[in-house]
Write a protein that binds this ligand. Structure first.
Ligand code: HC0
Ligand code: SF4
Length: 575
């Protein structure tokens, strides 16, 4: 143990604890802008400086270890003065128009400047304006970048892609897309992790809320909205709702109050995906097609973008099933349009997703006898949903639990857990067992694929399951850096699997790049637990028991993997 004094308090901490951590463990908060535990500990912003007794120069607390006998002041006059100057200098290179910033009210720079009582900026402001394609789903505003390097490190170390890099030297140092590429050329997976780890508003998703408001206002359009599984686990965080209050039923109510015509829960089409993907897996598995390499899940669009640019040779091993988002859009414009007796073009489909890559996935086309537009017309993130609720002046406390619309109302617990890493695999195995044996396993028979904690086992969860004399070897991975390591091990023949689930964001969709931002905190595991609890409480826990999905097969698709199902619910993954 190490004994030291911080702000007059005697404390003991483990060896190799940083001063910042030592302070935090004892309830002393040291402000910071660039620090991210284990990912960015480079003292780039210098906001976390502290005074060490006996030393003239201030030291940074994020990368200096606590040592025996140290006497530290985290908020002495000298520290405050230095910190204030540092932040004023940062502000002199930052576009400070907070009222038009996506992160206003949730910005670490704004908070730090307010806390330091900075009422004006005594230095000349110089802003850097790099060009950006405003129609790309990921938007970067260079005039807001504070060069903290978090985006560079997250993309490189956690997502293994290296989209960002430092450019120039000295006072001209800046961040830009690496290797002189444009963002369109940079193999960005659109996972959005750089957005959720940006302390300011330099990175954000493209705003699509105005197009949704326009559709709602258009009397010729029938607006049908779906809400992804992971949204329910996070939307309430930004609105002051408790976990128990923030239900899917209240999201549906908020959408109706905004004026949408129909509101649905994506867990319905998650169940439909299991029917299609589970059937496809059994076919490919029993035909011996998967002897060498496993079948990969295809529902995460960040992963699809990653495999296409990084491992094009593996694309043929993806399931052909569309994602639940695309399947729902397709069903809304066909099966549902038929029920309403309207032309597909009149239906405007919107998805609320925890994800930025879904904004690109929606560009997939829909063919129903002839070209029928897109499955999905607009995608908004969880954060954009909250923006719309606020802009509609809806008091979240007045929302009521309402069911989704018929005839796509039911969703099972298996569909709910799609939003957490391992959930798609677990849901698929529950139904694959039924397809092979003709009876249900215990609902929790496959819980071994669940993640054991944030980033445990390099984000990989492996499990073999015995169904009679058949062994199914599975792996679940989240985070693209972890995915790269796993794929390399598969390709080197070090590990063999039959079925692999991949989610681009650490922890799965609950940790998605479109979710509410809590600077420096990881909430994915906790939100995932929320989804597993909802599954536990659900009356129906097997996708194949979803009565509305069954009715749709009887009335419309015939059987899973039928010709019609292939036309509407599957895709060809083009490179
Ligand atoms: Fe997901 Fe999905 S589980 S990708 O994370 O499969 O975004 O929540 O909507 O489509 O259902 C995201 C979440 C979805 C889809 C579903 C899948
Ligand atoms: Fe990298 Fe993901 Fe950000 Fe794209 S969205 S730059 S892949 S972290």
């Amino acid at each position: 143990m190490v004994n030291l004094t911080i702000d007059g308090k005697q404390i003991s901490v483990q060896e190799n604890t940083t001063i910042m951590e030592a302070a935090a463990q004892n309830g002393i908060h040291i402000p910071k802008l660039c620090y991210l535990k284990d990912i960015n500990e480079i003292a780039a912003c210098r906001v976390c400086v502290v005074e060490l007794e006996g030393k003239e120069k201030l030291i940074t607390s994020c990368n200096n270890p606590a040592e025996d006998g140290m006497v530290i002041y985290t908020n002495s006059p000298k520290v405050r003065k230095h910190r204030k100057t540092t932040v004023e200098l940062i502000l002199s290179q930052h576009d400070c128009r907070c009222v038009t910033c996506a992160r206003s009210g949730n910005c670490s720079l704004q908070k730090t400047a307010n806390d330091l009582n900075i009422l004006q900026i005594p230095y000349k402001q110089t802003l850097e304006h790099q060009k950006w394609n405003q129609s790309f789903p990921l938007i970067r505003d260079s005039a807001k970048c504070i060069k903290c390097m978090r985006c560079v490190q997250i993309c490189e170390k956690v997502q293994g892609l290296g989209v960002w890099d430092v450019e120039g030297t000295g006072s001209r140092t800046t961040v830009n897309v690496s290797r002189l590429r444009s963002i369109e050329e940079a193999d960005c997976a659109l996972c959005g992790q750089c957005i959720t780890h940006c302390p300011v508003g330099a990175l954000r998703e493209r705003d699509d809320t105005e197009t949704v408001w326009d559709a709602i206002a258009d009397p010729d359009k029938i607006v049908a909205v779906q809400v992804a599984p992971a949204v329910r686990a996070a939307w309430g965080e930004q609105l002051g709702l408790t976990r128990g209050e923030a239900t899917i039923g209240k999201i549906l109510d908020s959408l109706k109050k905004m004026g949408v015509d129909y509101a649905f829960d994506t867990t319905f089409s998650a169940d439909l995906t299991i029917m299609e993907e589970g059937t496809e897996f059994i076919k490919r598995f029993t035909s011996g097609e998967l002897k060498d390499l496993p079948m990969f899940t295809s529902c995460c669009p960040g992963w699809i973008r990653f495999i296409k640019t990084q491992y094009p040779g593996l694309v043929k091993y993806l399931s052909t099933a569309k994602s639940p988002q695309q399947m729902f859009g397709s069903v809304m414009k066909t099966y549902f349009a038929e029920q309403l007796k309207v032309a597909p073009e009149r239906i405007y489909t919107v998805s609320v997703m925890p994800c930025v890559a879904k904004k690109a996935e929606r560009e997939m086309e829909l063919f129903y006898e002839e070209y029928a537009g897109h499955d999905v017309d607009a995608v908004i993130t969880t954060r954009e949903l909250v923006k719309m609720i606020r802009s509609a002046h809806i008091n979240p406390k007045t929302l009521e639990d309402i069911p989704g619309d018929r005839p796509m109302q039911e969703g099972t617990g298996a569909g709910v857990i799609f939003g957490a890493t391992g959930g798609v695999m677990e849901a698929a195995l529950r139904s694959a067992y039924f397809l092979l044996k003709g009876k249900n396993p215990p609902a929790d028979a496959f819980s071994k694929v669940r993640s054991q904690g944030f980033n445990q086992n390099n984000g990989v969860q492996e499990a073999d399951f015995q169904i009679d004399d058949i062994t199914v070897r599975t792996a679940v991975v989240s985070g693209l850096g972890n995915t790269r390591s796993l794929l390399d091990r598969i390709l080197r023949g070090e590990v063999q699997y039959d079925f692999v689930e991949v989610m681009a964001c650490p922890g799965g969709c609950v940790g998605g790049g479109g979710q509410p931002i809590h600077d420096g905190e990881e909430r994915a595991f906790e939100r995932g637990k929320n989804l597993y609890d909802l599954d536990q409480q659900a009356e129906l826990r097997f996708s194949h028991e979803n009565p509305d999905v069954r009715t749709m097969y009887e009335r419309f698709f015939g059987n899973p993997n039928s010709h019609k199902a292939h036309m509407l619910l599957h895709t060809i993954h083009e490179l």
